[in-house]
Unconditional design. Sequence first.
Length: 102
Amino acid sequence: MALLVTFTSCAATGALAEPSAARQKELVNLVRQDCGSCHGMTLRGGLGPPLLPATLADKPADGLVATIIGGRTGTPMPPWHRFLTEDEAQWIVAKLMAGFPE
């Protein structure tokens, strides 16, 4: 629950820290390779659901961030808090909702 409160307060103040260009490249690679291993290499689905703008449009961004950071108990979705900051998870969610970069 603390993650959700932190995300909401950051979003309300516009305090999202944009990752450096080098880190953005690492995050794109992480999504394509690590997330892609379950969500499909083109993010169109596999073991996990598709991560495309159309399938994410009705999902709240803060819930997606919480899922990335904390995982989903009882599913194959692991927590990524050891590898990502909350701001980085927010950046990933924003990119996924807009159409993930190549």
